[in-house]
Ligand binder design. Sequence first.
Ligand code: ARG
Length: 468
Amino acid sequence: MSKLWGGRFTKPTNQLVEEYTASILFDKELAEEDIQGSLAHVKMLGRSGIIPEADAAVIAEGLTKVLAKIKAGELAFSVGDEDIHMNIEKALIAEIGPVGGKLHTGRSRNDQVATDMHLYLRKRTVEIAGLLHKLQEALLAQAEANLDTILPGYTHLQRAQPILLAHHLLAYVSMLERDIGRFRDSYKRVNVLPLGAGALAGTTFPIDRHFVAEQLGFDGVYENSLDAVSDRDFIVEFLANSSLVMAHLSRLCEELVLWSSTEFGFIELDDAFCTGSSIMPQKKNPDVPELVRGKTGRVYGHLIGLLTVLKALPLAYNKDMQEDKEGMFDTVRTLEGALQLFAPMIATMKVRTERMRQAVNRDFSNATDIADYLVTKGLPFRQAHEVIGRLVLYGIEHDKFLLDLTLAEFREFSELFDENIFEVLQPEHVVNARNVYGGTARTQVEAALGRARQNAAATAEWMAGFDR
Ligand code: ARG
């Protein structure tokens, strides 16, 4: 069979052009969505009397058969048929004869491909929210188990103030909560039907767009036909949301890599999530976090790539837009792959509580609290800062931490010190003193954990609303 659009041509397509313009090698991933959309479309055609009901039924049956063949790997796609839409239409006609040619009535590949991608990303959006939720659960479990684990908190990667490990992990739970929020929000825009826009201006047939939308579970239809076929914002949003997830994961990756080094020794990743060296027998490498950190770049690349494709495109459809797919598929694979590994990797991660504790005992991260102590005794903060600065310098010069000093030594720097300074110095005291909403005090962190669990339950409830 020749090209579906061959009528006005006098020559076959140049072989290289055929290969260069075809998208079947990657858009075959949309086969299921394409058939899902066609089934709703043909049902509407029959119901609206645009084609006989009997023909619609035959076409629907044929489409189901074609889908079964695709799933069984029995359909050979051809580059000569350009894309998934024409490959499926050809297969349909081969299956049921010329009546299959009625399927494309009142429709264009332009609104068809847009519909396929809305269906595809709608599904992925829910899937990814689910994976983010699973990772949150793993982090929450580790946070719960580490409500009493103290480690140094850092700024500039220099010891700053001690914090609870639970507090540190909950920071990531918060980031992921925003990520889930972004996917949930963009769901509203992905769940709109473009079909019915035709090539660009609508169609002469009395179609029922709202019926098709309802059949496919869309919340509404595109308002403007030109916008419907040329909008790729929903893909940009998806890539932007994914980029931020990767940014968050890569920050956590960096910490996992650092923390599992001998120098830190704060955690140990499970053997099942690490790899060895072909030459150095002692090595256990954190390949998974390294690779996720590395793959962040390709997701950012896909975002910038698509934004650049769309820049200055005139209305409505342009072939440039075929370039929207590969980056989108790769992003889904990259993101889902990372999230699938991350949850069990976090769940099985061993926390080396004693190493964290040692670190906190051997640093000056309680210095702020001693300055605050002098402030409570009436000294202006700026002066207190100066006094403790000199005290720290004294400690460095005498190879002592603040925990090692005697009251006499403290008093050399200020008469305001008395016995209770030794309690104020203790890491637990330092942590619990930060008793503000969002702070690292144990009671605050426990409350935050409770709120995070409530948010997670709300996500679970949102997801339960989808059984597609
Ligand atoms: N393969 C095309 C794409 O992915 C489908 C739409 C083609 N439309 C057209 N008028 N050539 O964008």
